[in-house]
Design a protein around this ligand. Structure first.
Ligand SMILES: *[C@@H]1O[C@H](CO)[C@@H](O)[C@H](O)[C@H]1NC(C)=O
Ligand SMILES: *[C@@H]1O[C@H](CO)[C@@H](O)[C@H](O)[C@H]1NC(C)=O
Ligand SMILES: *[C@@H]1O[C@H](CO)[C@@H](O)[C@H](O)[C@H]1NC(C)=O
Ligand SMILES: [Ca+2]
Length: 324
């Protein structure tokens, strides 16, 4: 009686555990912390006509509730948007939304994201200096020379202050990793995610109309960036033109104690192709439930052993008594 009650309650427990909603998994959010002074959402202008955390210049305009237009679709423009404070986290994740679009047919040149020691210094690398110190990721929509790959091209370079980004060959001398993907004239809002784990890896993934989940673009292994860096977005046009709009920026620090985990997960992702966050979570859910089930089975076995043991003793002692 007691035993059958016990097994049925174990059965209920097990079935509860197998349904994944009941399984306790560590909250993934606690490995991140939001960095408000390096993030940006509409309305962009809060205090009068200023933004307290970001400044912008040259051809760049802010349409208060809609976008920050780095350049309009007009010839020979350049513009910039830079954070006022540097990012100082060892490990971080930056997500931003952008839109590149125009009515014309001759489109370019593109925009760039920077994490650099200097800020707001204008030049010929999509509106920023060519020998920046830190990370540059270029969203290059115009092929300035011939290549064996297609455009638009997303490419990454880590500069030391001497290395130059050469726009005439689309950075071929200095780019470390790159991928080709459609990034202009998309119907849906498009996003980029950049994850940096100090001295370990830098990952870039993005979305477009075709890939609405984050899709891996490039990884730089053993990436090492300056200890702190300002965040910048710059764009330029020449004869080829586009509107280059930044819509939102979200910056998060990743706590050091979670780095091994995140690093591993990222490597796992890039080796195994793209696994959505949801699938990833399910996998760890299953792992957790298997562990819990295993543990319960051991306890269950132990209890059965004890119950059987006492039955046996009881029986034998009775037999004993009978025998005598
Ligand atoms: C920006 O925010 C981060 C984290 O929230 C903080 O550590 C840092 O001191 C802030 N910087 C400035 C200049 O306020
Ligand atoms: C603004 O951009 C133009 C190119 O469009 C450039 O020639 C000019 O030097 C820039 N202005 C400033 C103040 O840097
Ligand atoms: C990271 O790399 C830099 C430069 O390569 C080096 O000076 C530093 O000691 C490294 N830090 C860690 C924690 O490995
Ligand atoms: Ca180019």
């Amino acid at each position: 009686m007691i035993f059958s009650k016990f097994t049925s309650s174990i059965g209920i427990l097990l079935s509860l555990l197998i349904s994944k909603n009941v399984v306790a998994v560590p909250d993934e959010n606690i490995m991140y912390y939001d960095i408000k002074n390096l993030s940006l959402q509409p309305p962009y202008l809060i205090e009068g006509l200023r933004n307290v955390d970001w400044s912008f210049g040259n051809a760049t305009i802010m349409e208060i509730n809609n976008y920050i237009r780095l350049t309009p679709s007009l010839p020979s423009k350049q513009g910039w948007l830079w954070s006022k404070v540097p990012l100082i986290s060892n490990n971080w994740e930056i997500e931003f939304e952008y839109k590149i679009h125009s009515k014309g047919n001759n489109n370019g040149d593109g925009f760039a994201f920077f994490y650099t020691s200097e800020r707001a210094t204008e030049g010929d690398a999509f509106g920023n200096i060519q020998n920046f110190k830190g990370l540059g990721i270029f969203f290059d929509t115009f092929a300035n020379s011939k290549h064996g790959y297609s455009f638009p091209r997303i490419s990454a370079m880590i500069g030391d202050g001497n290395l130059m980004y050469n726009f005439e060959n689309d950075g071929e001398d200095s780019v470390i990793e790159a991928c080709s993907m459609k990034i202009r004239d998309q119907n849906y809002p498009t996003k980029v995610k950049i994850v940096y784990i100090k001295n370990t890896s830098l990952d870039v993934s993005l979305t477009n109309d075709e890939y609405q989940e984050y899709t891996h673009c490039l990884t730089i292994n053993k990436a090492s960036l300056p200890k702190s860096g300002y965040l910048g977005f710059t764009a330029s046009t020449g004869e080829a033109t586009d509107n280059h709009d930044i819509i939102s920026i979200s910056t998060k620090g990743i706590l050091d104690k979670f780095v091994g985990k995140t690093g591993q997960r990222k490597i796992y992702k890039s080796n195994q192709g793209i696994i959505s966050e949801e699938e990833d979570k399910n996998r760890s859910n299953i792992k957790t439930s298997l562990l819990v089930i295993g543990f319960l089975l051991v306890i269950c076995g132990f209890v059965i052993y004890l119950l059987k043991g006492s039955n046996y003793n009881f029986g034998t002692s009775r037999k004993h008594r009978h025998y005598y």
